[in-house]
Design a protein around this ligand. Structure first.
Ligand code: NAD
Length: 246
């Protein structure tokens, strides 16, 4: 069990799905956790911001760090999906998704780095995806955005290793979150779609948000002090077993 007692964390996209499960996991392990989200709801340390807007990110990160009294852990998790081949999304949609999924990480990291440098246990965890490397059909834009997140994770790990800041990512498979629920609802017969989706997983079921959160908590913890520049697959074996993803 990764002990995070006394550590201070910020989770982007922490109001739902993998992000919310991460907030719970980090809190259970002893961390104090703030959330940066478009809609933080009534989370106690919730800060409303759009990762696509640099000014709102800087304001929210500064406010969160002030409340936390410093920062040790940044979880760059906010992201959106996109369906289709290169023919299906116009340029403005490419710009929008890259602005959130890729540049969103750049913005929060830039705002957080001066605070992370002051930490004895600084760690950044990015939520990437098996889409980064799997060659998924009908996911050109989403896959390109996550491929960039994987490359960015490695580059950031190299840039900051001598400063004692570790940078890793998780590569989830298909995770049972509100996002996937919305996709299933749009499909007509959600129960049948869910059964078919489960059947396509190596394990026969979707990954849970809590399982991804546990991997994020490990990578963020001092237990992973010698782990940097890695991508941890949490996909029920989808990638490692070379099975055809959804
Ligand atoms: P979700 O939709 O349940 O939650 C996403 C959260 O991010 C929401 O609270 C939303 O308000 C917030 N958010 C979205 N855009 C934002 C913005 N511009 N600024 C600030 N906050 C914003 O989604 P999820 O399934 O938990 O996905 C979280 C992350 O996990 C994403 O990066 C996604 O790409 C990745 N992921 C998800 C799956 C999956 O199957 N669900 C698989 C692989 C990777």
């Amino acid at each position: 069990m990764s002990d995070l007692t006394g550590l201070r964390a910020l989770v982007t996209g922490g109001a739902s799905g993998i992000g919310l499960a991460t907030v719970h996991r980090l809190t259970e392990r002893g961390a104090t956790v703030a959330v940066l989200d478009l809609d933080p709801g009534n989370l106690p340390l919730g800060f409303k911001a759009d990762v696509a807007d640099d000014a709102s990110v800087r304001t929210a990160v500064a406010a969160a760090v002030e409340q936390l009294g410093g920062l040790d852990i940044l979880v760059n998790n906010a992201g959106i999906g996109a369906i289709g081949s290169v023919e299906d999304n116009p340029d403005d949609q490419w710009h929008r998704v890259l602005d959130i999924n890729l540049l969103g990480i750049v913005r929060t990291t830039r705002a957080a780095l001066p605070h992370l440098r002051a930490s004895e246990h600084a760690a950044i965890v990015n939520t990437c995806s098996i889409a980064a490397t799997a060659g998924l059909p009908q996911r050109a834009l989403y896959s390109a955005s996550k491929g960039a997140v994987l490359s960015l994770t490695l580059a950031m790990a190299a840039d900051h290793v001598r400063e004692g800041i570790r940078v890793n990512c998780v590569n989830p498979g298909t995770v049972d979150t509100p996002w996937v629920g919305r996709l299933l609802d749009a499909a007509g017969d959600p129960a049948a779609e869910r059964a078919a989706l489960n059947a396509r997983q190596p394990t026969g079921r979707l990954v849970s948000a809590e399982e991804v959160a546990a991997a994020i908590a490990y990578l963020a913890s001092p237990d992973a002090a010698s782990v940097t520049g890695t991508a941890l697959a949490v996909d029920g074996g989808m990638q490692g077993l070379r099975l055809r993803p959804v």
